[in-house]
Design a protein around this ligand. Structure first.
Ligand code: C5P
Length: 226
């Protein structure tokens, strides 16, 4: 039996799950897997190679052999054939295309084992949509982070603005609504909390307050020694 501890943080776009998962992995000294990055990198590759989304067998081969690496010094940096493409994949267009690709069961299947290899000593913190339900169902602590849609859109807007992107709040809100719908209604691994997940609504919490609450859950699940 695999006894390596895993903490899964799932939730919709803009809920703050990525920021919290990164902070938590750092605090614990554990590995970090941003599963959404794999779908985003696939979207990036589809754009680069102009692949037709109906060509599922080609997408599956690409998903299996995706030349992507997470920087060993900082696992939130994404390397593609040695180049850092972290900023290029975190755009709204890549996120939207990623969610279309993520609805394909064959692609999800091809990415499953790639995600599971991240479960390595001393532990793993991971974020996504189906980390607690499908990829790491054995996880001892599953957190599902939400926030109302307007708040999430605003957060996403600020994030992209800070990075110097020219974006409109209205567009972000409508893209987020579309993406939420697709992620929640797809046939395979839809976005939903695992039965044993703890729900955390961050609409009225800032990052520090959210992180403090998450640390309470961590201490309850793993004891005070972590
Ligand atoms: O988390 P992020 O917004 O970067 O993910 C981009 C897209 O990838 C999501 O909208 C979702 O469709 C897909 N995804 C997924 N399962 C995951 C992580 C992301 O389907 N575990």
């Amino acid at each position: 039996m695999n006894t390596i501890p895993v903490i899964t943080i799932d939730g919709p776009s803009g809920s703050g799950k990525g920021t919290i998962a990164r902070l938590l992995a750092k605090k614990m000294g554990w590995h970090y897997l941003e599963s959404g990055a794999l779908y985003r990198v696939l979207a990036y590759a589809v754009i680069q190679a102009k692949i037709d989304l109906n060509d599922v067998s080609r997408l599956v081969v690409l998903a299996r052999d995706l030349p992507v690496k997470f920087d060993s010094e900082d696992e939130s940096r994404i390397l593609w054939c040695g180049y850092d493409i972290t900023d290029s994949i975190h755009t709204e267009s890549c996120g939207n295309l990623a969610s279309k690709i993520a609805a394909l069961p064959e692609v999800r299947d091809a990415l499953l084992s790639r995600q599971r290899v991240f479960c390595a000593s001393p532990g793993l913190v991971t974020d996504g949509r189906d980390m607690g339900t499908v990829v790491f169902p054995q996880s001892k602590l599953k957190i599902f982070i939400t926030a109302d849609r307007a708040t999430r859109a605003k957060r996403r807007y600020m994030q992209l603005k800070e990075k110097g992107n020219n974006v409109s709040l209205e567009n972000i809100l409508s893209e987020l609504t579309e993406r939420d719908y697709r992620d929640e209604h797809r046939a395979v691994s839809p976005l939903k909390p695992a039965q044993d997940a703890i729900l955390l609504d961050t609409t009225h919490l800032n990052i520090e307050q959210t992180f403090d609450q998450v640390m309470v859950f961590v201490q309850e699940a793993f004891g005070v020694s972590v």
